[in-house]
Ligand binder design. Structure first.
Ligand code: ATP
Ligand code: MG
Length: 294
């Protein structure tokens, strides 16, 4: 059996200080050669995840928040679909964060995310998140103007302040039993081009293509800088980033699933203990059912 937890830890960043994006290769597959070699490991992890999720739900103490960030076409949607395929839909909540609405812009930027935080016992998955506030908003500062923040509060320090507030927010979640794990699906510019062309060539993928995606591609380097700074400033032991190579979808899914399983394993989940009082109740219920006429 492949030790996928160990593999996933290769991509975990807990201390941003020495983090450099160029140390991470989007095409890396950790010497695994093919989808086939990863398939059974991924399948095992998906089964394991569903067992752990059942305990998470039964125990009803921890909440798990998984955050996915990536450039367009890095494979977030597909990864979510595959990796979460085994989990009970009742124990999982997925939210996609799009361009903020007028109502959302009328509040502080964490407002809409706070409303979607997972309950105890559940896994919450954010497809994009409040991290857009230091990514797309940083790359396109005019978006900041729409936010109606009082001008004296918008200074050159705003990004550092946002990092500080995000760190504080995640520490708060951690201290209250919400386990935060963040994933950057790291795709290369060449692979994005290939996937965009595929979307343009296949009618079934046309709906996925947005003209704006090409504009965003022109800001590629600005995005990479923003991602690097974001990870440097917000990777912590209690809310680490995973920088997952995303040029090979099968590898992305393998590592994402492995990291989630590793996280859940780390919680030492267990079904609630049944005390003697409860055991008596169960026994009585059993006898009553058996005594019933048919
Ligand atoms: P796909 O990758 O399948 O296209 P998507 O996640 O890109 O899915 P879209 O509806 O295409 O979904 O894009 C959502 C858009 O919303 C992104 O361009 C993202 O940058 C933008 N967005 C998300 N949060 C914010 C925010 N806080 N401020 C401004 N824009 C945001
Ligand atoms: Mg998009």
């Amino acid at each position: 059996m492949m030790k996928t937890a160990k593999l996933a830890r290769l991509y975990r960043v807990e201390d941003g200080k020495r983090f450099r994006l160029k140390d991470f290769d989007p095409a890396d597959t950790a010497k695994l050669h093919s989808k086939r070699s990863a398939r059974s490991a991924l399948e095992e992890d998906i089964v394991r995840m569903s067992q752990l999720q059942d305990k998470l739900y039964a125990q009803d103490r921890w909440a798990v928040l998984l955050i996915l960030q990536a450039m367009d076409a890095a494979g977030k949607d597909g990864a979510i679909k595959h990796v979460m395929s085994g989990v009970n839909p009742q124990g999982c909540q997925v939210y996609s964060f799009k361009t903020p609405s007028a109502e959302e812009l009328d509040h502080d930027y964490l407002w809409r995310a706070r409303r979607c935080l997972p309950e105890r016992g559940k896994i919450g998955l954010f497809n994009r998140s409040y991290y857009e506030e230091v990514l797309v908003v940083r790359v396109h500062p005019q978006l900041l103007k729409n936010q109606r923040i009082p001008p004296p509060l918008v200074t050159k320090k705003i990004w550092q302040e946002r990092f500080q507030d995000i760190r504080a927010f995640e520490r708060y979640l951690h201290r209250n039993g919400t386990v935060v794990r963040k994933f950057f699906l790291h795709v290369s510019k060449e692979e994005q081009k290939r996937r965009f062309l595929e979307r343009l060539e296949e009618p079934e993928k046309h709906w996925k293509f947005a003209a704006a995606d090409i504009d965003e591609r022109r800001s590629w380097n600005d995005y990479l800088e923003a991602y690097e700074d974001m990870i440097r400033r917000t990777a912590t032991p209690h809310a680490p980033w995973y920088v997952i190579p995303a040029d090979n979808k099968w590898f992305t899914r393998l590592i994402l699933a492995a990291a989630i399983v590793d996280t859940l394993e780390g919680l030492h989940l267990a079904y609630p203990e049944v005390d003697s009082e409860k055991r008596k109740q169960l026994q009585a219920a059993r006898s009553a059912l058996l005594k019933e006429g048919s």
